[in-house]
Write a protein that binds this ligand. Structure first.
Ligand code: SF4
Ligand code: SF4
Length: 259
């Protein structure tokens, strides 16, 4: 019995609360600069999380991300939904922090009640003073937080990729943060953005790499997530480091693609 419980475990699971963002970085892994305004439906995520729970899959860490998740009008309720399904998970919110100073009491109360860790990526739009003010606010509100400064991005996508799969997997930096979106899971955000990317730019990225959680057993889901698949052929074995920049009004495919 104990062996089975260890097997049916996901370390990290992420889901989008929004796809759009208020910062729009070039090369964003959620493709926010080309996404329409989109908000996660509470009933959909409740149903999807309950499906995983019914399958007796344990989840250690759940991160809510975007786009910018603080744009979601019911973000405080999303915290409760996650904790109702998985009360013992470590719940995190990945945010660029720009809206933190505008958040109301309900948000802060829900963060404390649901033991949410705010994982804030500080991009170069923040001055040192901005960061100090945010830290002061977080301390005042008594929430757990983690701040990271980010000045570079990794470009990873490539069409007609010459890299071999074992080299690609060696270079993969997605840290097994699996993605859940609309009844499907994937190993990362790449399979969740390729259709949008192709339709926007007329590219031929491989659109495989998602599994319907309503058609699969727990074992099949975990087996699927544990192995590379054809979607990985969208990623170069030689990611390019690029300096962080805001996206232009009309983003180009080169903001994401190598070569
Ligand atoms: S802040 Fe994050 S979600 Fe928003 S565009 Fe930048 S990388 Fe994407
Ligand atoms: S598609 Fe595969 S190689 Fe690319 S980031 Fe995701 S898991 Fe890694």
């Amino acid at each position: 019995m104990e062996v089975q419980r260890i097997m049916l475990r996901i370390d990290y699971l992420e889901f989008w609360a929004t796809k759009h963002c208020n910062l729009n970085c070039k090369g964003c892994s959620s493709c926010s600069p080309i996404q329409e305004e989109w908000y996660l439906n509470s009933e959909t995520i409740k149903k999807d999380l309950n499906r995983l729970k019914t399958l007796q899959i344990m989840i250690d860490n759940i991160n809510i991300l975007g786009g910018e998740p603080l744009l979601h009008p019911h973000i405080d309720n999303l915290f409760c939904i996650v904790k109702q399904a998985f009360p013992n998970c470590n719940l995190g919110l990945l945010t660029n922090g720009l809206l933190l100073r505008n958040m109301g009491n309900d948000f802060w109360k829900s963060c404390v009640k649901n033991k949410v860790t705010l994982k804030i990526t500080c991009f170069p739009v923040f001055s040192g003073q901005d960061i100090e003010a945010i830290v002061h606010l977080l301390e005042q509100r008594g929430v757990k937080y983690h701040l990271t400064r980010k000045v570079r991005f990794n470009k990873i996508l490539m069409e007609n990729n010459p890299s071999k799969i074992d080299e690609i997997i060696k270079a993969c930096g997605c840290n097994h943060a699996y993605n859940l979106y609309n009844g499907y899971v994937s190993r990362c955000t790449v399979p969740m953005i390729t259709e949008k990317f192709n339709s926007k730019f007329g590219t031929q990225l491989i659109t495989e790499g998602k599994l319907n959680i309503y058609d699969a057993t727990a074992e099949k889901i975990l087996d699927f997530l544990s192995k590379p698949n054809n979607s990985c052929l969208n990623c170069s074995a030689h990611p390019q480091k690029v300096v962080w920049e805001k996206s232009e009004k009309n983003p180009s495919k080169e903001d994401w693609l190598i070569g």
